[in-house]
Design a protein around this ligand. Structure first.
Ligand code: G3I
Length: 405
């Protein structure tokens, strides 16, 4: 989606950021077309010469990580233009934030609208960026018609499977050769390790896919996607994979899918992280440690699956604490101390990702800069500052931290 740029306001760490920005200023894109690289393959000659920051030749995040993994960003139809300088300088992969979801591509049965997604894919390809597809099957952002028959009653199993197949055939077929990896199924397991069903307490947590098809929709979706594009890497994507019960349940599910010959190639760790783990035992954030995430990476890769970090950001808010509006962060209260703390935490996770470079085939941020993040979009008006670049598109201390090694 296109969120308007926030007004330029002075952050408390503005002096630090301004100094950094002198050294890390963005350069305009060359606009040169080049073929997307395979994960881990060397960066282009242009990026390869930009690894060291100088006033004339600023460091590029994706070049710095060229021997590790591609660096991606979720983009929307506005941000790939408004943030083009950052995107083209620092990222070599994109994910469309909402534009490849079911409701975006097939709002009405049989009517596919690829306009927004196609434009973004064309942009990525013309800048040598890889494209991850997100997401074919999810309990959210899927139109109601998918689950209903002509009279408004729940559609039959056969009817829903046919719609699932038709959607995947069309979409994966359409992007064949452009999208190298798909999040085929998103968020099928709850934090307690049980499958997400149609009976979850909160309405927006319910899965009509499971309600009608049981767990069978998961395997079928992967099979349909593989048939539509045998070359695409197919991922199961999930959040809070560091919770032990959830991690284990995802592992068991993937293991069974593989044993059944289902074409699953990788697992996505969303990694919507926080500035520190929760102190509240039992809260999901209690397990949000580097150690737990490392266990997750090792467990999933023991199945021979690729691991990708698919939706990385690092919120200032700690799970388990109830913040009131007077405690919400602003650019004025995002102090140098907080920025340093965020940088240190980002640094620890990137150290982990680098350590596991042989298992991790991509790291994607869920956004580009702090002026355009889903975490600031809640109706509460709560602002967050979760990315490596600030609202003025200057590199934050976290950027320096993850590029210093
Ligand atoms: O498109 C409508 C627009 O027409 C309307 O005017 C506007 C009014 O609110 O809403 C727009 O839809 C919004 C949509 O984003 C596109 O902008 C929805 O309200 C909003 O809920 C939706 O939020 C997206 C969210 O997924 C939906 O669950 C976020 O942008 C997107 O960042 C977020 O991404 C998810 C991943 O797909 C899966 N993992 C978690 C991640 C963060 O929640």
């Amino acid at each position: 989606m296109f969120r308007s740029m926030s007004p330029i306001d002075r952050s408390a760490y503005g002096v630090t950021a301004a100094l950094l920005s002198l050294a890390f200023a963005c350069t305009p894109s060359s606009g040169a077309a080049e073929a997307p690289r395979e994960p881990g393959s060397p960066a282009s000659a242009d990026q390869g010469t930009a690894e060291q920051a100088t006033a004339e030749q600023p460091v590029s995040l994706s070049a710095k990580y060229a021997q590790y993994f591609p660096i991606g960003a979720a983009v929307d139809p506005g941000s790939y233009q408004t943030h083009a300088a950052l995107l083209e300088r620092h990222f070599n992969s994109i994910t469309t934030e909402n534009e490849m979801k079911f409701e975006s591509l097939q709002k009405t049965e049989g009517v596919f609208d690829y306009t927004a997604a196609d434009t973004m894919v064309a942009y990525a390809r013309s800048h040598g960026m890889k494209v991850r597809g997100h997401a074919l099957v999810w309990h959210r952002q899927t139109p109601d018609w998918v689950f209903k028959d002509g009279s408004g009653a729940p559609v039959s199993k056969a009817g829903l499977l046919s719609r699932l197949k038709s959607h995947i055939d069309h979409v994966v077929g359409h992007f064949k050769g452009s999208v190298y990896a798909w999040d085929v199924v998103n968020e099928a397991i709850m934090d307690d390790g049980k499958y997400r069903t149609a009976n979850e307490a909160e309405a927006d947590q319910r899965s009509p896919w499971h309600g009608i098809l049981g767990t069978s929709y998961i395997a079928e979706a992967f099979k349909y996607a593989h048939a539509a594009d045998p070359d695409a890497k197919l991922f199961y994507n999930e959040y809070r994979n560091y919770i032990p019960e959830k991690r284990q349940a995802v592992y068991e599910m993937l293991k069974q899918l593989l044993a059944d010959g289902v074409p699953v190639h990788g697992v996505g760790l969303q990694c919507h992280l926080s500035i520190e783990p929760s102190q509240v035992q039992g809260n999901h954030g209690y397990y949000q440690t580097v150690k737990e995430l490392e266990t997750t990476i090792e467990l999933y890769s023991s199945l021979g699956l690729d691991v990708q970090v698919t939706e990385l950001d690092l919120s200032l808010y700690v799970p388990g604490i109830k913040y009131t509006p007077d405690q919400y962060y602003t650019t004025a209260t995002f102090t140098p101390e907080l920025a340093a703390k965020q940088a240190a935490r980002y640094g620890e996770f990137f150290e982990l990702f680098r350590k596991h470079r042989s298992q991790i085939t991509g790291v994607t941020f869920w956004g580009i800069a702090d002026d355009n993040t889903w975490l600031s979009e809640f109706s509460s008006g709560r602002k967050d500052f979760p990315l490596l670049f600030d609202a003025e598109h200057r590199p934050k201390p976290a950027f320096e931290r993850v590029t210093t090694f």
